[in-house]
Ligand binder design. Structure first.
Ligand SMILES: Cc1cc2nc3c(=O)[nH]c(=O)nc-3n(C[C@H](O)[C@H](O)[C@H](O)COP(=O)(O)O)c2cc1C
Length: 186
């Protein structure tokens, strides 16, 4: 598939088929992610592939945060269980973390490089017949979520991806054309 076609076909995929996602499915995606540009060849990205228990644990950490807004304990329990169960049911979750260099400039470069790796992964997924959804938020720094993933100190989670065979191709979202966002400077 031409890379422009893969870029154009990429969508955030909310629903996946039941097809299991294997190590063989994922390794080419990590290979492509690992080719992302990165200054000083720090290769700051780290990929954590969560099995069902890891997904449920991450979902429970998220559910616990949601449950703080519940009006009673029964509703809180349901929020915890539903969020944990829905995460367990994903075909695959890949948590992307980055190493935290003590130098602030390198840290910023490393964040940018890691997100380039995320995009490579998402585009590669399309070329391999798969879809992705990127999630983020304060949950990524939650100690319970970090523990569920097994992220060590010195790494920060920067993106949480669901990966699977798409059960849908959502319509393209309306975007401002690039011509409006481009300045041609003499
Ligand atoms: C860094 C980053 C973080 C994101 N975090 C979330 C998120 O927490 N929740 C969510 O629903 N979508 C999240 N998204 C997905 C965007 O909402 C999505 O890419 C956007 O709506 C455009 O849709 P498309 O991906 O189908 O083109 C994130 C995307 C990026 C790049």
């Amino acid at each position: 598939m031409h890379v422009s076609h893969a870029i154009a076909a990429r969508r955030s995929i909310r629903t996946f088929t039941d097809r299991a996602i294997t190590r063989e499915d994922l390794e080419p995606l990590f290979h492509d992610a690992n080719l992302a540009p990165n200054h000083r060849l720090t290769q700051p990205w780290r990929f954590y592939v969560l099995g069902p228990e890891g997904r449920a644990g991450y979902g429970l950490a998220l559910g616990n945060r949601k449950a703080k807004k519940a009006t009673d304990e029964a509703q809180a329990d349901k929020m915890r269980k539903d969020t944990s169960d829905s995460h367990r049911a994903w075909p695959c979750m890949v948590v992307v973390a980055m190493t935290l260099n003590e130098n602030a400039e390198i840290r910023e470069e490393d964040y940018a490089a890691t997100m380039m790796a995320v995009e490579n992964l998402c585009i590669s997924a399309v070329a391999h017949g798969l879809g992705t959804y990127i999630r983020s938020g304060a949950i990524m720094d939650d100690p319970a979520a970090r523990a569920a993933v097994g992220v060590p100190e010195g790494e920060r989670i920067v993106a949480v991806l669901t990966v699977g065979e798409p059960a849908e191709q959502p319509p393209e979202k309306t975007r401002r054309p690039a011509t409006e966002l481009t300045h041609w400077v003499d």
